[in-house]
Ligand binder design. Sequence first.
Ligand SMILES: [Fe+2]
Length: 277
Amino acid sequence: MEIKLLSGALGAEIKGIDLRDTSNENFKKINDLLLEHKVIFFRNQKITTEQHIALAKKFGPLETHAYVKGLDEHPEIVRIIKAEDEKNQWGENWHSDVSYNTRPTKAVILKSIKIPPVGGDTCFSNMELAWETLDEKIKNKIKNKKAIHSSLGAEFFLDNYKKMQRNKKKNYNEYSNEHPIVRTHPETGKKILFVNWTYTKKIIGLDEKESDEILNKIFEHQARLELTCRFTWTEDAVCIWDNRSVIHFAIADFYPGRGFGYERVMDRIAVEGDHPQ
Ligand SMILES: [Fe+2]
């Protein structure tokens, strides 16, 4: 096995592991790598849809997305399609997937189907490191507090995406949940800063002004480049991220108007998480 770190903060590209092998022994290797590096990448993985699902199921029960309709034949797969002339990219700001749910996603297994020749990298930021390096005064202010996460961000942007459909089976009104700002990772016991720019709206117990000021400082801190890594996609790459301990950002640098209008297609499977503690 070969491990190439993507940065000093998090992320590793792995060679020499067969993702089609769902034996407990091989899965333990993959999960250990995930816990250590928080996001792991594998290139040239010509896995079938069934193999993609089988790998995801090793992490736990699969999740149906709150807002986006899955494939007819495999509803657990959300096909993320960006049209050639689309100006936006799904997930184009810092977030942790569906953090507004009672039980936000544990992990995501994303496979690239069609990748533009330029643009569309994904960035990840390490929220364990973000907590460690956060200003002490802010730490003391927020360490036992909860924040409100709202699905408004997801609700708002979905209608703008031409090639993706709503999950009509679900009631897609806006909803919100409260989560501890600092959660403990259920597998490693590490503290994690669990707020994000897209979905976290307010710190409970602070007035609006103070909550906004502190959240804005945290959002700036989380986005500091020394906490991040960046992955440049190729076709048939698989990315697995621990959605509890990273936030991510899909860079929308396609600019159809500047001649960079390409279609991009990804298959996303998410694994159910637990109630953040
Ligand atoms: Fe996302």
